[in-house]
Design a protein around this ligand. Structure first.
Ligand code: 6GU
Length: 225
């Protein structure tokens, strides 16, 4: 898989991608993550990528030309399955969307800033608009990191234990059950006996019951049809 990210803050993304699972995924050849500095695609001598909003009002708007130039230069090299714009008014991200996107070959992710991008960018280039929740961030970069992380950890081989992504919270619309490690007792608080029993089938049942109880208590909306 290849993910091209377009941003005015490339250092922020580079530093995120240079760590942990995301770094391993790149070194292992599971994903190619390329960060593009939008300012490299402006013809303006001050390297500006934004301008005042037509009609007035506070906040700058990201211009179409540098974005168009960047996207077209990428499209000249390969075909993209989706061109995603990170924006608080996009469709709210969930596990189903990350699962589907993890099956794609080439993605572009555009990070918005300021008051957002000129509407014509969305009309002409964007195929999918994604929000990571009902709150406003100062830019789309953190949201792009969230989306990339959620996708890349699903690629076969990226996680050590191939099955572990399948038992995550949300993977079956259920929250994950509680987990424990040593010591078996901490200041009088014991790990449930069933987990020490070695009885695999019973442990599976217990985990399912716990996941169901937790989902009912915390996120009953996930159980609705
Ligand atoms: Cl994708 N961008 C921004 N700026 N804020 C957000 C968001 C995205 N998702 C939730 N809040």
């Amino acid at each position: 898989m290849r993910i091209d990210i377009i941003t005015c803050l490339p250092k922020l993304l580079d530093s995120f991608f240079a760590h942990s699972i995301l770094q391993r995924a790149q070194q292992g050849g599971y994903v190619e993550l390329i960060v593009h500095d939008l300012r490299d695609f402006t013809l303006d001598k001050h390297r500006r990528v934004d301008d005042y909003a037509f009609g007035g009002g506070a906040g700058m708007v990201m211009q179409i030309e540098p974005i168009a130039r960047c996207i077209r230069s990428l499209q000249a090299e390969r075909t993209y399955d989706e061109i995603i714009y990170m924006t608080p008014d996009g469709e709210r991200l969930n596990q189903k969307t990350t699962n589907l996107l993890s099956l794609r070959q080439n993605l572009i992710i555009l990070c918005g800033h300021y008051k957002g991008v000129d509407e014509r960018v969305r009309e002409l280039f964007i195929t999918k608009e994604i929000s990571i929740g009902d709150y406003v961030l100062s830019g789309g970069e953190l949201a792009a990191c969230v989306l990339s992380d959620a996708i890349i950890r699903l690629l076969p081989g990226v996680l050590n234990d191939e099955t572990s992504a399948l038992t995550d919270s949300f993977q079956d619309n259920l929250l994950a059950p509680p987990v424990y490690t040593r010591p078996a007792e901490y200041e009088g608080h014991r790990v449930p006996d069933i987990l020490l029993s070695g009885h695999e089938a019973k442990i599976d049942d217990w985990r399912y019951e716990q996941a169901m109880a937790r989902t009912k208590a915390r996120r009953p909306d996930l159980l609705e049809p």
